[in-house]
Design a protein around this ligand. Structure first.
Ligand code: ADP
Ligand code: ADP
Length: 222
């Protein structure tokens, strides 16, 4: 049972002059332990697909399934809970809070949960090689280090799936390689990873690559 799946998902936007079909009958399963690269030109539906996978938006037709159960019909509250328990997010521009230390950034998603996640945040930072940078703020870290803090943060709730939007987009090649090796290690631990990307480096590290062309998902040949 894949942790996350799109089943015959179509997304249309209504607006201005008419209807845009951003995604058309997309079937896509994220399996535990695999890294999937999603490529495609600008406007091909990549962000729309990531929004559906992240339970941030609903398909117009078809469905999103989490561990085999449809997401539709759940309240906003349930959705937020299930998103927090199941999905980690990583972004091109890191989305770190500049005034917080690495540890504080990593444990931030647990702020409203009972218990203290400081030890877990420290463990995760050690795991991504930042054990010596726990109290540094983002402006005291390199780009690669910032992305590794963001990856540690994405894992604080032990997600089944990691969704990454251009995870190497702001990194040079060597730093990108280090981040991708980190991501491979996370997948080896059983997490399914989806990375939307323009970077050939990501497709080299992916188990498979799929391509969006005008909202239609094709085998990327990777
Ligand atoms: P990508 O991430 O590959 O650039 P998007 O998913 O952002 O593609 O967009 C796919 C298509 O849907 C584009 O034609 C875009 O203009 C359209 N689109 C995206 N979001 C909206 C929206 N909120 N309202 C109307 N059209 C949208
Ligand atoms: P990376 O190879 O991860 O990109 P860099 O070569 O950019 O790392 O940085 C080397 C070291 O310099 C890092 O350990 C980092 O802590 C430190 N460093 C990078 N940028 C800054 C900064 N703006 N302020 C303080 N320290 C920094």
């Amino acid at each position: 049972m894949p942790p996350l799946r799109l089943v015959d998902a179509t997304k249309r936007y209504e607006g201005g002059g008419g209807t845009v079909t951003a995604l058309s009958h997309v079937d896509f399963a994220v399996n535990a332990g695999e890294v999937i690269a999603v490529i495609g030109p600008s406007g091909s539906g990549k962000s729309t697909m990531l929004n559906l996978l992240g339970l941030l938006d609903d398909p117009t037709e078809g469905r999103v399934e989490l561990h085999g159960s449809p997401v539709a019909g759940r309240s906003e509250r349930e959705r937020t809970d299930v998103r927090r328990e199941t999905i980690g997010f990583v972004f091109q521009d890191f989305h770190l809070i500049p005034t917080l230390s690495a540890v504080e950034n990593v444990r931030l998603p647990t702020a409203f949960l009972p218990g203290d996640y400081t030890d877990r945040a420290v463990d995760l930072l050690e795991r991504v090689g930042l054990g010596e940078r726990l109290d540094h703020t983002p402006d005291e870290l390199s780009g690669g280090q910032k992305q590794r803090v963001a990856i540690a943060r994405s894992l604080i709730n032990e997600p089944d799936v990691l969704l990454a939007d251009e995870p190497t987009g702001n990194l040079d090649r060597d730093t990108g390689v280090a981040v991708l090796e980190e991501i491979r290690g996370i997948a080896a631990g059983g997490v399914g990873v989806v990375a939307v990307t323009h970077d050939d480096l990501v497709t080299e590290y992916a188990d498979r690559t799929v391509e969006l062309v005008d909202g239609i998902l094709e085998d990327g040949g990777g």
